[in-house]
Design a protein. Structure first.
Length: 263
């Protein structure tokens, strides 16, 4: 037996050739605990577990209101291009975020479209003085490279404009080698860490800049796909090269509040 340090949502762990292998809850797919588990398998495990127990936004941003769903994953752990709930189906990108309107079961999703860019925008809690920009950039670059094992060349930029911190991750399929972690998986691990719901086994992320703990009021994740999504929204104009899909992560004192206005 061994402990899966990078994924607490597993079972039946065993050691093989110096590597801890475990079965992902919900799918039974074997995962290598030396690296990140794919977002699809993590979402499936989370759904299974829950059953039992000031900035100008990009002009064509689209908010993903679907949140957590029970995904269909390939054996490799990646999302299937077509996802369904009952008789309602939609196409997703490599981050598992919906990129079409919802249709009936006849919907065709020809291929899984790659998410090549991820923008993470965080707003830190009120404070008098701004943080030291260089210390902040160093912290996030090193954390993303070390904690989530993302090659530094995929971290395009870390920007700070009090109180906003913006992290840009870019990874084209042609850049990505087989051993590289995927930016969609990195962003999911990071989002969970910031929300205080870490996927790691007993390893909480402390965001500390110059020995001062940093708290966040809000985190927004934008996804940029290599092919524009196919939403029938009037706000989506022809000629949009990359339409950005938004997942809003509300963080209020560590409590996520879901408000449904149409119920």
């Amino acid at each position: 037996a061994c402990i899966c340090e990078k994924n607490k949502r597993v079972t039946s762990c065993r050691q093989a050739n110096g590597v801890c292998w475990c079965d992902s809850i919900g799918s039974g797919v074997s995962v290598n605990c030396n690296t990140l588990t794919s977002k699809c398998l993590l979402m499936k495990a989370e759904v299974t577990g829950s059953k039992s127990g000031r900035r100008e936004k990009p002009k064509d941003a689209f908010e993903d209101t679907d949140g957590l769903y029970d995904p269909e994953c390939e054996n490799t752990g990646v999302f299937k291009a077509k996802q369904c709930s009952g008789n309602t189906c939609w196409c997703v990108n490599t981050a598992g975020v919906r990129r079409t309107d919802k249709h009936d079961a006849d919907l065709k999703c020809n291929r899984l479209v790659r998410t090549t860019g991820i923008i993470i925008e965080m707003k830190h809690a009120e404070r008098n003085a701004p943080l030291n920009t260089e210390s902040l950039k160093k912290f996030f670059r090193e954390t993303i490279a070390n904690r989530y094992m993302l090659d530094g060349r995929y971290i395009t930029s870390v920007q700070y404009e009090k109180p906003y911190i913006t992290i840009n991750l870019n990874q084209n399929s042609s850049d990505k080698s087989s051993g590289d972690v995927d930016i969609a998986d990195v962003a999911y691990y990071f989002e969970k860490d910031v929300k205080g719901d870490s996927i790691f086994h007993n390893n909480i992320l402390n965001v500390s800049i110059d020995n001062e703990e940093l708290r966040f009021e809000k985190t927004v994740v934008y996804y940029v796909d290599e092919i524009a999504p196919e939403f029938s929204m009037k706000s989506l104009t022809p000629g949009v090269i990359a339409v950005i899909v938004v997942v809003i992560v509300a963080i209020v004192a560590g409590i996520v509040v879901l408000v449904s206005s149409n119920k």
